[in-house]
Design a protein around this ligand. Structure first.
Ligand SMILES: *Cc1c(COP(=O)(O)O)cnc(C)c1O
Length: 399
């Protein structure tokens, strides 16, 4: 999967203007040759080991296991350089761009996480980097903007409309169309036209490949359950893709149900409530409003408010191989503090959704072991969490 046209069942494909299709075909061909090229693979492996710090360990969370009644293990993507899994595909995309003779990486970013990871990869590999970001997000996500600029990237404000992620996508897309030959648009998840959903998944499958070996070394078995957060779906596909053939392994993807699953604009549960459609160049589940346009979406994990999802997830939902559940803001924040206070690990709010789901699963009993992908660390979220939820957890305002 996917087939030669980039389809996972009926999902995926490529719905873009002809001049961009030519470029996507070029990227596809280059990726096909890179993935079989021992030199490319060796260079990526070298960077994963010595730059990112891979393999990331698996940690047996014994305190949580004891309290919730099931063996719980964490794949520690939060320990990667730059603090999350995104660096895995950004390095792959940067090496590919270099191979194609491109001079510049471009991308949009919401909360700035993809921008920082890409700016990091660009600095290392020796490419220019333009990051498009809504003016509102630039003001909100100041530390990440500073990081990108220190790393040498240009942060270009999107100043139209609501001045957030969607406008940043428009601006980046326009810039790409103006000059698709010297730039590579480095998509930040398993979304977009073929070959990006497959390519980003393959770069992220380092997570599952490591975890499979590590878990068996630790326990002598495969995990009974996998759990991962699904925004666009890249960290989840990176883990899941390696276990799809192991029928005894139950696989769970977790979406954000936000403030209210039953009010439009108050959640981002695309697979739970969406319907098939085409957006941003590919077919998948999407959340549409009354007019068939992409819905406003919301989650406490800001920057991930994306009204669609990777096409392979859509396929895995329809086939029933993966079970997609959801976790709301409150449950995620509770899990954020639970992991911090019982295991000494502050998770990203995104990852906290997966933690919350895993704890629910453990409490149900008789589900066996659970391996959850801790996609990132929570440094970026601490100010927000303390400001909005600190009092509930005994942290008074420090001001
Ligand atoms: C970006 C991000 C995600 C969501 O992206 P996916 O493509 O769904 O993996 C999840 N966790 C963290 C920490 C992130 O930074």
């Amino acid at each position: 999967m996917p087939n030669a046209d980039g389809y996972f069942g009926e999902y995926g494909g490529s719905f873009i203007p002809p001049q961009l299709q030519e470029i996507m075909d070029e990227i596809s061909a280059a990726y096909d040759s890179c993935r079989q090229d021992p030199e490319f693979k060796a260079e990526l492996a070298r960077l994963y080991k010595h730059f990112v710090g891979r393999p990331s360990p698996i940690f047996h969370a014994q305190n949580l296991s004891e309290k919730y009644g099931a063996p719980l293990y964490l794949k520690r993507e939060d320990l990667n350089h730059t603090g999350a899994h995104k660096i895995n595909h950004c390095l792959g995309e940067a090496l590919l761009a270099k191979k194609l003779g491109k001079k510049k990486l471009i991308a949009e970013t919401g909360a700035g996480q993809h921008g920082v990871a890409l700016a990091t990869a660009a600095a290392l590999v020796g490419l220019k980097c333009d990051i498009y970001m809504g003016e509102v997000d630039i003001a909100k996500e100041h530390p990440n903007v500073v990081r990108m600029r220190i790393l040498g990237a240009n942060v270009i404000p999107a100043t139209h409309g609501r001045k957030t992620l969607k406008e940043a996508v428009d601006a980046a897309f326009e810039a790409y169309l103006a000059d698709p030959h010297t730039q590579l648009y480095a998509i930040g998840s398993v979304v977009g036209p073929h070959p990006f959903p497959a390519m980003v998944r393959d770069f992220q499958s380092i997570i599952g490949n490591e975890a499979r070996v590590q878990f068996q070394e630790m326990t002598g078995q495969l995990p009974n359950n996998l759990v991962a957060y699904v925004g666009g779906g890249s960290n989840a596909m990176g883990l899941f893709s390696v276990f799809l053939g192991d029928e005894e392994v139950q696989i769970h993807g977790v979406e954000p149900s936000g403030r209210d699953l039953h009010t439009q604009g108050e959640h981002a549960a695309t697979l739970t409530l969406g319907e098939p459609g085409v957006m941003h160049g590919f077919k998948s589940y999407m959340l549409k409003d009354g007019e068939g346009e992409p819905q406003e979406v919301y989650s406490v994990a800001s920057g991930l408010d994306y009204p669609s999802v990777g096409p392979q997830h859509a396929y895995l939902k329809d086939t029933g191989r993966v079970n997609y559940g959801h976790i709301n803001d409150k449950e995620a924040i509770d899990a954020f503090f639970e992991l911090s206070r019982l295991e000494g690990i502050i998770p990203a709010i995104e990852s906290a959704h997966a933690v919350a789901y895993a704890l629910k699963l453990a409490k149900e009993g008789e589900k066996g072991s659970i391996l959850l992908n801790l996609s990132g660390r929570g440094d970026k979220d601490i100010d927000f969490v303390v400001e909005h939820y600190g009092q509930d957890f005994g942290i008074e305002s420090l001001l």
